[in-house]
Write a protein that binds this ligand. Structure first.
Ligand code: SAH
Length: 251
């Protein structure tokens, strides 16, 4: 059996209870060493074999899983944040299915939410933005047609950019071409929830220079949108005049 487990964004106590239990039971742990906090490995039992996938190919990862299965082992594949976001788990699941190996997925706290907590913001503010676009700038991995930053920017929604910290200039150019003004607030969260987290607050116009000066090139999210700047309308849900299923509104 293979458990794909979301490790959370970094802080070692932001893994789920289920994820921690799987780590404690595992005979084999394969963790994404470039982003998963190694402090989580302290939950591994004695004798657990630990592999860092940063230096492995897909075939090598699958081979370790297959070998474990043959020995009746439980394997945990530990991914950063939540495995469903840029986790490259599909190819692993397909490889396991081909080999007849069972697997399941334990969700985790994505860095998307770790960053919002660190920034103390709500991504969805009434009259400001009711949508969150999760995307990335095009780098070595191509982005399908119709999902260019320029096109996505035209919605004016909150945007959270993964895997884009080395592409700040492109982010600025494309979002500007898509209609975001140079004053649009931007926050860069480096290593959200880790002990060495850093937050950079800037504007779209200043973004590349601000990131250069702060020397942030990886392990960061770029959050863009007016939800960062404070103006909004209060929610209907807690408005005294608003009737809900649970509460009658007062005139
Ligand atoms: N599955 C992960 C994302 C993996 S892709 C998740 O749900 O968070 C790797 C990218 O995620 C990094 O390039 C960076 O953009 C972002 N990332 C991962 N952990 C981060 C953290 N603690 N703080 C900021 N960004 C992070």
């Amino acid at each position: 059996m293979v458990h794909f487990v979301g490790a959370g964004p970094g802080a070692e106590d932001l893994i789920t209870l289920r994820g921690k239990q799987y780590l404690e039971q595992a005979d084999v742990i394969i963790y994404a060493g470039s982003l998963v906090n190694p402090a989580l490995l302290k939950w591994a039992k004695e004798g657990c074999a630990i592999y860092n996938s940063a230096t492995m190919t897909l075939e090598e990862v699958l081979h370790v899983m297959e070998d474990g299965e043959r020995k009746g082992f439980t394997t945990v594949r530990l991914h950063t944040g939540d495995p469903a976001i840029y986790g490259a788990i599909k190819e692993q699941m397909d490889g396991l299915a081909e080999r007849g190996i069972d697997y399941d997925i334990c969700p985790g706290v994505s860095s998307l939410f770790g960053a919002a907590a660190s920034l103390q913001i709500e991504y969805t503010l009434p009259r400001v933005s009711q949508s969150v676009i999760i995307t990335r700038a095009e780098g070595r991995t191509p982005v399908p047609e119709g999902e260019s930053l320029k096109e996505l920017a035209s919605h004016g929604a909150t945007m959270v950019l993964f895997l884009s910290s080395a592409l700040a200039k492109k982010v600025q150019e494309d979002l500007t071409a898509g209609g975001y003004g140079p004053d649009t607030p931007v926050a860069v969260v480096y290593k959200a929830t880790w002990p060495d987290e850093r937050i950079l607050r800037t504007t779209l116009g200043e973004l590349p220079e601000a990131m250069r000066q702060a020397d942030i090139q990886k392990t960061a999210l770029i959050v863009v949108g007016k939800v960062l700047s404070g103006d909004y309308e209060k929610s209907k849900l807690y408005d005294p005049a608003f009737t809900t299923e649970y509460r009658k509104g007062k005139d």
